[in-house]
Design a protein around this ligand. Structure first.
Ligand code: HT7
Ligand code: ZN
Length: 874
């Protein structure tokens, strides 16, 4: 497969103004008729051939302006169809046959259970009909869906239903009309025996919108939270961005087989059932919050993505980075904002930093790709959102709103570029954002080395910042970025933020300085006492920042920093220092000794408490093994696991009474509600329980068992069951596991949790269990949720067992990748990620991981897996 380059972009030879589709549905052979109203692109030369993408289609008929084309009047390949010498404007009719039931890739039109559904982003529409399947071709659509009255009583597509009727042989049809021009990737069709929950929303201009969530009948009681989230998101987008919904109907459909979380098809969002269904008995707090965030994200795309879309797929972050920023802002407002930021950043620094340091590192706007499906990454989404966040902070919230208003009004109905977006921000703010644009073209995580010294004689604080971005594949040299650093100087005597003066200008007590050069010196004057600097507050830029903090400095910041995020981060840094010592001790075979300063810092945290219990829970949480690994030059999985476990157990022993009290004080029988207060309380109780269970004393075991048996809500049940299953006590774990499996065997989303919590246990039998569970009747490689729950969780979260020195963990993953390469290449290319990180490990493991990558390379590969494996082995 050949790469596609951004620099080769050209507008299409023809545009489509209107698309009329008719689907005659049948699982084995579905007939699709398409009528396209085409016109030459004004910027393209006369005679340029028409190109229509088309894959796995069986062409039955083709005609121009009603005249059938003979063979030889068009050219057909495995990738599509071209016509030379077509008129400047004409109507093209085609008819094709496709087979939804054979579509295991879940791209195009496919079957999920008994229903039909589509996934067209990024390039799935070409598996439905011949079409210029690129986002800069925008048309209005009319879609007629014909189905079986009993098997598919519900027939849905984009826009508004305009006609329906019965047909002979138990068939019926519905015609849908979508008046908003859209690219083919936003097309959707769903047909099946679905039931709906309905609600209404009145927009800010007083229009009435019908809201529908379509699900299988047994899930009708799991839609309340998604519906509430949708209404909150609609109102928030009006208030925060002035964006109103633009159709009379907004539909969400839940499907069980789906490659990602959800899809923002115009007026007909299709959701992975895991991203929409919740019930206190089946979904955890984290799932409730995820659903709220994803519902909002897809809804926000109606403007940032649908009304204004991307010119080409290199601009993917234009819609995804901006929309993630929008959903993060929404979630921060409706939940605990500091906790949301801590969660975002701790995920980002673990997973995106690793991507940016690995063989598939790429800029937010890549220069080339082989398979665009491989670019729905943390860099495009999350780093893209961090860059929009920096922009918003640079220009200020009011100006950012002016810039987004300008962007939406100037480009409504168009397919545009990242420059178009940033130019709007530059125009309204008057700022020069040229250097800032490098964030979009340069891959890799910038590293900042900071040094500071206090000059007692002159009351000055001198801060030196040096930046460098490491080389990444294809980008050996990097240029300096514009990096905004939010900071405060915390007085060591007063414990308060000091007022800062820089170059004669008063900055206040919390300010942003701008690093633009490779190295810069900042001299703060009139600093009346020696400070500890609190740098990168709120994670003001997606960088790694190091400063030679002493443990005393960190304990001080943990207690006194006015920035909640940096208080948490100081705790993380302090724990990492203790972990460094313990990792070294483990490797050298020396006795491990607990750092008493850490114990005292944690004791102080518990004693002081926090009004926001979720924040306290986060502060008590140890860094994950994956994040600890990120800090190490060479990852020693066993030493990391041993060191982290040692800290956890030492804290549990030293603070046993405090943790027990914390657990008891936060127990509650109140009816479940996914409110920030209740979620914080449960998080705090469960973090205490996990410490106590790490030493497996009888009291902790009784508490975990009682919590499991109380069966109050899934958050508590799942946490208790996980702790039991992850303990060494199979005598108590097994009965609980069995009871849970029996009780929930009918619910696929709960069974996913049952799979995950078993394969993530640290005990040595986890791998055998994973292989055994792959044979379980509830497991299927064809269902992406199952693959993620079992294989993804094992390879991604069970580090000691995945990285077993006999290579069996790697072999398991490679076996699955080989199978999935045939069935579902998008999922195969995602699930392979842990194997691509081989450079981070010791030689023995490197050899084993590379051998498995070579074994995969020996197969006949899909472009998706080919691209990742080639990069990993380059
Ligand atoms: N924009 C959507 C992307 C998506 C997708 C991409 C590739 C393959 C399958 C997919 N399903 C959904 C999701 C979003 O970001 O909102
Ligand atoms: Zn998105």
């Amino acid at each position: 497969p050949q790469p596609i380059h951004l620099s080769d972009y050209r507008p299409p030879a023809y545009l489509v103004s209107r698309t009329e589709l008719t689907f005659d549905l049948a699982p084995g052979t579905t007939r699709v008729k398409a009528r396209l109203h085409l016109e030459r692109h004004p910027e393209r030369e006369a005679g340029a051939p028409l190109w229509l993408d088309g894959e796995q289609l069986s062409l039955k008929a083709i005609a121009i302006d009603g005249q059938p084309l003979e063979e030889g009047e068009y050219e057909l390949t495995r990738k599509g169809l071209s016509i030379t010498g077509a008129p400047e404007a004409f109507v093209l009719d085609t008819e094709v046959e496709i087979s939804p039931e054979d579509n295991t890739a879940l791209s195009g039109l496919y079957r999920s259970g008994g229903m039909f559904c589509t996934q067209c982003e990024a390039e799935g529409f070409r598996r439905i009909t011949f079409y210029p399947d690129r986002p800069d071709v925008m048309a209005t659509f009319s879609t007629t869906v014909i189905g079986d009255l009993t098997r598919e009583p519900v027939l849905l597509s984009n826009g508004n239903p305009v006609e329906r009727g019965e047909l002979p042989d138990g068939r019926h049809f519905v015609t849908w009309d979508d008046p908003h021009p859209k690219p083919a990737y936003l097309f959707a069709l769903v047909a099946g025996d679905l039931k709906k929950v309905e609600d209404r929303f009145t927009t800010m201009s007083g229009r009435d919108v019908t809201l529908q969530i379509w699900v299988e009948e047994e899930n009708l009681d799991k839609t309340d939270h998604a519906m509430g989230s949708l209404k909150r998101a609609m109102r928030w987008d009006e208030e925060a961005y002035g964006r109103e919904y633009d159709l009379d109907l907004f539909m969400i459909v839940a499907v069980n087989d789906f490659n990602m979380g959800a899809m923002e098809n115009k007026g007909l969002n299709i959701f992975n059932s895991a991203a929409v269904l919740t019930h206190p008995n089946t979904a955890t707090d984290a799932a409730f919050q995820r659903v709220e965030g994803i519902v909002a994200h897809e809804y926000f795309h109606n403007w940032s993505g649908n009304r204004v879309t991307c010119r080409d797929w290199f601009q993917l972050s234009l819609k995804e980075g901006f929309t993630v920023f929008r959903d993060q802002s929404f979630s921060a407002e409706v939940n605990s904002a500091p906790v949301k930021r801590i969660e975002e950043v701790s995920f980002f620094r673990t997973a995106q930093f690793a991507e940016d340091a690995g063989p598939t590192a790429h800029p937010i706007r890549p220069d080339s790709y082989i398979e665009i499906g491989n670019f729905y990454t943390l860099t495009i989404y999350e780093k893209g959102a961090e860059v929009v966040r920096m922009l918003s902070n640079l220009v200020g919230p009011e100006t950012f709103r002016k810039g987004s208003d300008l962007y939406f009004s100037r480009f409504d109905g168009q397919a545009v570029t990242i420059e178009d977006f940033v130019d709007c921000m530059a125009e309204v703010s008057g700022q020069d954002l040229e250097q800032f644009m490098r964030w979009y073209s340069q891959a890799g995580t910038p590293e900042i080395d900071a040094f500071g010294e206090y000059d007692y004689a002159n009351s000055r604080y001198r801060l030196i910042l040096r930046q460098r971005t490491p080389a990444t594949p294809g980008q050996p040299e990097k240029q300096a970025l514009h990096i905004p650093i939010r900071l405060g100087l915390v007085g060591t005597k007063s414990g308060r933020d000091l007022s800062m003066t820089l170059d004669g200008e008063s900055l206040g007590r919390d300010a942003v300085i701008h690093l633009r050069e490779d190295e810069q010196e900042f001299i703060f004057t009139d600093i009346e006492e020696a400070p500890v600097p609190s740098l990168l507050r709120g994670f003001s830029a997606p960088v790694k920042l190091s400063f030679p903090y002493s443990r005393e400095d960190l304990a001080f910041l943990m207690a006194h920093d006015s920035d909640g995020f940096n208080r948490w981060d100081a705790g993380q840094r302090l724990t990492l220092l203790a972990l460094d010592d313990l990792i070294a001790a483990h490797r050298n075979g020396v006795e491990k000794v607990m750092d008493t300063r850490l114990v005292e810092a944690f004791r102080a945290l518990i004693e002081e408490g926090n009004d926001d219990k979720a924040v306290l829970a986060e502060m008590l949480q140890l860094p994950s093994e994956a994040y600890i690994a990120e800090q190490q030059p060479l990852v020693d999985v066993d030493a990391i696991h041993a060191a982290r476990t040692f800290i956890q157990q030492s804290l549990a022993q030293e603070l046993r009474d405090e943790l027990l009290a914390l657990y008891r004080d936060n127990q509650s029988d109140a009816a479940y509600a996914p409110t920030p207060e209740q979620i914080g309380q449960r998080a705090l109780k469960n973090v205490a329980l996990s410490y106590l269970m790490s030493i497996e004393d009888e009291v902790a075991i009784e508490l975990a068992q009682a919590q499991f048996e109380a069966d109050h809500n899934m958050t508590d049940v799942r946490q208790a069951l996980t702790l039991l299953v992850h303990s060494s006590r199979s005598d108590i774990a097994d009965p609980a596991l069995k009871a849970f499996g029996r009780k929930w065997s009918h619910d696929p989303l709960v069974m996913d949790q049952w799979f995950s919590l078993q394969v993530t246990r640290p005990q040595a039998d986890a791998l055998d269990r994973a292989r055994y569970l792959m044979e379980h009747p509830a497991f299927s490689l064809k269902n992406p949720n199952k693959v993620r729950a079992l294989i993804g969780a094992f390879a991604g979260q069970n580090r000691v067992n995945f990285h077993r020195l006999d290579g069996e963990g790697y072999r398991l993953l490679a076996d699955v990748v080989i199978e999935l390469n045939r069935l579902n290449p998008e999922i195969a290319a995602r699930i392979i990620t842990p194997l691509t990180r081989w450079q981070r490990f010791d030689e023995a493991r490197q050899a084993l991981m590379r051998a498995e990558l070579e074994r995969i390379r020996g197969e006949e590969l899909s472009p998706n897996v080919y691209e990742i494996v080639e990069k990993a082995l380059a």
